[in-house]
Design a protein around this ligand. Structure first.
Ligand code: UDP
Length: 315
């Protein structure tokens, strides 16, 4: 198949690129490299089945080749990134989604949207099933991401109903793994970086807020299963093991043998108090459930951070 992955030079997009190339497909990666990085895809540079297109998908997209799939992953995705790139985030999830949907229609291609657990906002239902409509502050700082992803979902469903677009929507819960940018400000990247440097681990709030962390290869398996399924409603892909942020800090300290202290900083505005996916739908429809436990996934990620650090020191 010929697949266009927008945001394919980013953390998750590049892992999906690896997987689809390994499965024998042709992959076009389109990325403006604002939060993505060419080092994530350099391994494919000389592969004839791979092409990189430097382009911002919020602008009109022109592609001559036929395409079987458009996979729309382009968007800043960490709170620090989307707060800094607020307008760009709103544009890529609205204009960028519209442009990529237009390409899908023009090429009669299938379409997959990367959505997010952030569509549930600060949830009042726990765990979160796909049928929950969410609790989002549209004008708060996170609204630029949450609302634009909600709009993107609405646009995809409208194309599905109006134009019979063969579409999929994956709602991704907190994902970590190699290539998670050390400076993207997320909790896993911050804690690993801080622990390895012997700096204090910064907990925002009291550390009792929860997240459910999934390893990137589990997510990629879920996305591929969704591509192969004939299912058009949103599907949660996440790990149903919930941890407090304090527990995460302690696990990362233990895995890195770090003596770093833990310090407390103010909780960002509208930071969700808890998050846990209900993955019944993914289990039933995709026969998918996550396989990698937190300590194994974090150990792999820590090893990648150590390698990056060693490479940088050697330069
Ligand atoms: N967090 C933290 N310390 C950090 C970075 C984040 O305590 O250095 C908290 C953050 O406030 C949130 C949780 O960790 O409660 C997860 O944050 P992240 O930015 O990774 O993703 P989110 O799930 O909020 O999008």
């Amino acid at each position: 198949m010929k697949v266009l992955i927008t945001g394919g030079a980013g953390f998750i997009g590049s892992h999906l690129t690896d997987r689809l190339i390994a499965d024998g497909h042709n992959v076009f990666v389109m990325d403006n490299l604002v939060t993505g990085n060419l080092s994530n895809i350099h391994q494919h540079e000389s592969n004839k089945c791979f092409k990189f297109i430097h382009h911002n998908v919020s602008n009109y997209i022109e592609i001559k080749d036929d395409l079987d799939w458009i996979i729309h992953f382009a968007s800043p995705a960490s709170p620090v990134d989307y707060l800094q790139l607020s307008i760009e985030t709103l544009k890529v999830n609205s204009l960028g989604t519209h442009n990529t949907l237009g390409v899908a229609r023009g090429k009669s291609a299938k379409y997959l949207l990367a959505s997010t657990s952030e569509v549930y906002g600060d949830p009042t239902v726990h765990p979160q099933p796909e049928t929950y409509w969410g609790n989002v502050n549209p004008i708060g700082p996170r609204g630029v991401y949450d609302e634009s992803k909600r709009f993107a979902e609405a646009l995809v469903m409208a194309y599905h109903h109006k134009h019979n677009l063969d579409s999929r929507i994956v709602r991704i819960f907190n994902c970590y793994g190699p290539r998670l940018r050390p400076d993207d400000g997320r909790v896993v990247s911050n804690f690993i970086k801080q622990a390895l440097a012997g700096d204090p681990l910064t907990i925002y709030g009291d550390g009792k807020q929860t997240r459910s962390f999934q390893y990137v290869t589990d997510l990629i398996d879920g996305i591929v299963a969704l591509m192969n399924a004939d299912y058009h409603e949103p599907i949660n892909i996440g790990n149903p093991i919930e941890k407090t942020v304090l527990e995460l800090a302690q696990i990362i300290k233990e895995l890195t043998n770090s003596k770093s202290e833990i310090v407390y900083k103010p909780l960002p505005v509208d930071d969700p108090h808890r998050r846990l996916p209900d993955i019944t739908r993914a289990k039933e429809i995709l026969k998918w459930s996550p396989k990698v436990d937190l300590k194994t996934g974090l150990s792999n990620t820590i090893a990648w951070y150590q390698k990056q650090k060693a490479r940088q020191t050697a330069l």
